[in-house]
Design a protein around this ligand. Structure first.
Ligand SMILES: Cc1cc2nc3c(=O)[nH]c(=O)nc-3n(C[C@H](O)[C@H](O)[C@H](O)COP(=O)(O)OP(=O)(O)OC[C@H]3O[C@@H](n4cnc5c(N)ncnc54)[C@H](O)[C@@H]3O)c2cc1C
Ligand code: FES
Length: 277
């Protein structure tokens, strides 16, 4: 796979919750090509930080030529990003990876489908970010969508899901009139919310718990998970981002194998992933 580096100019960079920023960048080529679930790699201007940093695409507007990401300060790289002002230029690569598979709604895509197909979006913390792009795309396709969003203390991006016509359920450790106490799985269990297809992004433990819950009631091949793994090259060469998966060999036996999050993913079927722990 070839990597193409382009320049992205920061248009805005706003703190939307403590330590969480939304950055909008002008980068027309990437904005025109992006689909939900893909990510970009940002090369930092501090040259001591050699490896690019990956971020899911929260919004891509082809007509404006912009891509938005939402990121949490995690270390030196994201700290540099948080200090970037309007006009700062970063080198980026993207859109990268395979996004969510929406061919499961192919009847809706072609406009011939019966209405009433449903999706459930399950997000945790900054993992909610790429699901905003997905929610907006599902709305355009006419899919009936529920979003179950989990946060520790501060909520963010919730209105984006409401504005995308999602029935939006929120869980936090710090509940108020707008949110439940508990995890996203607690919320799914209590509300007995179900859908034709499930899409999840968030911490690994959350994704494993969602997969387990869906397997109890349905087939986890109907769950698509966006996986996060430490990355090196970011475009399929170093194998640094491999995860363990189950695949069928030539004789049809299920065997253990590996897939690269950066280029085979980041989106996988829940039923493919060998969950840790
Ligand atoms: C496909 C993908 C999408 C992501 N999307 C988002 C997002 O939308 N918002 C967000 O806040 N974060 C996201 N992350 C995590 C984000 O890339 C890391 O938090 C960030 O790289 C940390 O960089 P740093 O220099 O601040 O931290 P440092 O700890 O200094 O980073 C050191 C090294 O570890 C890597 N690294 C550190 N944490 C992670 C991690 N959790 N996952 C992968 N690599 C990591 C960095 O790339 C870097 O090479 C995503 C990760 C992946 C793999
Ligand atoms: S990060 Fe190098 S192969 Fe995925």
């Amino acid at each position: 796979m070839k990597k193409k580096i382009m320049e992205a100019e920061v248009l805005s960079n706003t703190e939307i919750a403590p330590g969480i920023f939304r950055m909008s960048m002008y980068v027309t080529e990437a904005a025109a090509a992006a689909v939900p679930g893909q990510f970009i790699n940002i090369y930092l201007n501090d040259k001591s930080l050699i490896l690019p940093r990956p971020f899911g695409i929260c919004e891509a507007d082809a007509s404006e030529g912009t891509i938005d990401i939402v990121y949490q300060i995690a270390g030196q790289g994201t700290r540099e990003m948080s200090e970037a002002e309007r006009g700062t230029v970063f080198r980026i690569a993207g859109p990268l990876g395979r996004g969510f598979d929406l061919t499961v709604f192919s009847d809706e895509i072609s406009g011939t489908g019966a209405s009433g197909r449903s999706a459930m979006i399950i997000g945790g913390g900054v993992g909610c970010s790429p699901l905003v792009f997905l929610a907006k795309t599902l709305r355009k396709m006419g899919i009936n969508t529920t979003a179950v969003l989990g946060f520790r203390k501060e909520k963010f991006l919730v209105d984006e899901f409401r504005n995308a016509d999602c029935r939006t359920l929120v869980t936090t450790d710090n509940p108020d009139e707008d949110s439940f106490l508990g995890t996203v799985v607690d919320c799914m269990r209590v509300t007995e919310a179900e859908a034709d297809e499930y899409f999840a992004c968030g911490p690994g433990l959350m994704l494993a718990a969602v997969d387990k819950y869906i397997k109890e009631r349905a087939d986890d091949s109907r769950l698509q998970v966006s996986m996060e793994e430490r990355m090196g090259c970011g475009y399929g060469v170093c194998m640094g981002c491999s995860i363990a998966v189950k695949i069928k060999d030539e004789s049809g036996n299920i065997v253990r194998s590996h897939r690269r999050v950066c280029s085979d993913g980041p989106v996988f079927k829940g039923s493919e992933v060998i969950w840790r722990g």
